[in-house]
Design a protein around this ligand. Structure first.
Ligand SMILES: Nc1ncnc2c1ncn2[C@@H]1O[C@H](COP(=O)(O)OP(=O)(O)O)[C@@H](O)[C@H]1O
Ligand SMILES: [Mg+2]
Length: 346
């Protein structure tokens, strides 16, 4: 077995290989919906990795697999050298690594127990995962709530007595309290008003730096990912189509899908996105391919791609290093899965 080595020379905190998750789609013969279809990546300690792509591309399914809330059909998840898939999801709550990987959900209001006060919501998992009791437990829960700047006067409030932003803070406190090394955030601010989103995003960024957390940050919003993450994975219908340093991927998209996404969304600084392939900046047209038993020898993006040609219907492109993208010496490689993307030829 080979263990991928990150640019810093240390083994990655998280190394994912060949993850596949399908769901039954009924039919006779039985059909399968391919939600996550062969995903590989690594995440270094303390790094923020963004996961972007349109609704339905498999982001939440991938996040749930990594948080061990659901089992993959195939694939391996190595976390600090430990194979997480050795324990099925239904028993993961009691796994020794459970404290070290925490999840932040899209809607904190929905994910919090309506009968627990803010401090109880934070204390519950702390008691289970860290074995704290009594005054030590209360102190640790209060410390976590202080870290997310929830006023102490609100510690005894129930979820329905808190605002959206306050609920998001409680959700974050609950996730960081056990002392995780990896935080998985699935659209953590998309249920919030825009003005509150920016405040919570800054808080997440501060917590990540202060606590040295690695983050997998799921969002359909490219600007948010660009602001929050040094690296990015772009997913399309269950597959990673492009990955690399966020600046390289967004400023020099190599996959026509990424170029289309980047062109469709105005940048905060008002600049236009430059693409290596100007034709790819044309609007994406056509219907996405069905995720039900898709042709394994056809590029998933083919039906919507302005640049598609014969090969795209004969062979699935694989992730290939991109030449000519300016990058820092220790930056992760820029990869794209497109027959037309400018590979290094090596
Ligand atoms: N529990 C499930 N049962 C059946 N299909 C599912 C289930 N969860 C997700 N899917 C399907 O898997 C695909 C990926 O969904 P999801 O991971 O939620 O995408 P995203 O988070 O990117 O919007 C979609 O086609 C969705 O309909
Ligand atoms: Mg989702």
């Amino acid at each position: 077995m080979t263990i991928a080595i990150t640019s810093q020379g240390a083994p990655p905190l998280l190394a994912v290989t060949g993850l596949v998750k399908t769901f039954s789609a009924g039919g006779r013969p039985p059909q399968r919906l391919h939600a996550v279809d062969g995903v590989d990546f690594t995440l270094a300690r303390g790094q923020a990795l963004g996961l972007v792509g349109e609704s339905g591309c498999g982001k939440s399914t991938l996040a749930a697999i990594l948080a061990r809330l659901t089992d993959p059909d195939r694939g391996r998840i190595l976390f600090d050298g430990v194979d997480l898939t050795a324990v099925p999801a239904r028993r993961a709550a009691h796994a020794p690594w459970r404290r070290r990987i925490q999840m932040v959900f899209q809607d904190a209001g929905d994910s919090l127990d309506p009968r627990l006060t803010a401090i109880e919501a934070v204390a519950r998992p702390l008691a289970r995962l860290n074995g704290l009791r009594g005054a030590a437990l209360t102190r640790a829960a209060a410390e976590a709530l202080d870290r997310v700047h929830l006023p102490a006067a609100l510690f005894g409030r129930l979820p329905h007595q808190l605002s959206g932003g306050q609920l998001a803070r409680v959700g974050l406190a609950r996730a960081i309290a056990p002392g995780p090394e990896l935080l998985i955030l699935d659209e953590p601010t998309s249920a919030l008003d825009v003005s509150i989103q920016a405040v919570i995003l800054r808080l997440i960024d501060d917590l990540r730096r202060e606590l040295g957390l690695a983050c997998l940050f799921v969002s359909h919003d490219l600007n948010v990912v660009r602001m929050m993450c040094g690296e990015v994975l772009v997913m399309y219908l269950g597959r990673v189509v492009e990955q690399g340093p966020a600046d390289a991927v967004f400023d020099h998209p190599a996959h026509p899908y990424t170029a289309g996404l980047a062109a469709a969304i105005p940048r905060l600084d008002g600049l236009r996105h430059e693409s290596a392939a100007p034709a790819a900046r044309r609007r994406m047209t056509g219907e996405p391919m069905s995720p039900i038993d898709p042709d394994p020898d056809r590029c998933r993006f083919d039906p919507r791609c302005p640049l598609a040609f014969d090969l795209c219907r004969q062979r699935m492109p694989v992730l290939t290093p991109q030449a000519g993208t300016p990058a820092a010496p220790d930056a992760p490689p820029h990869l794209a899965a497109c027959h037309l993307a400018g590979g290094t030829g090596g």
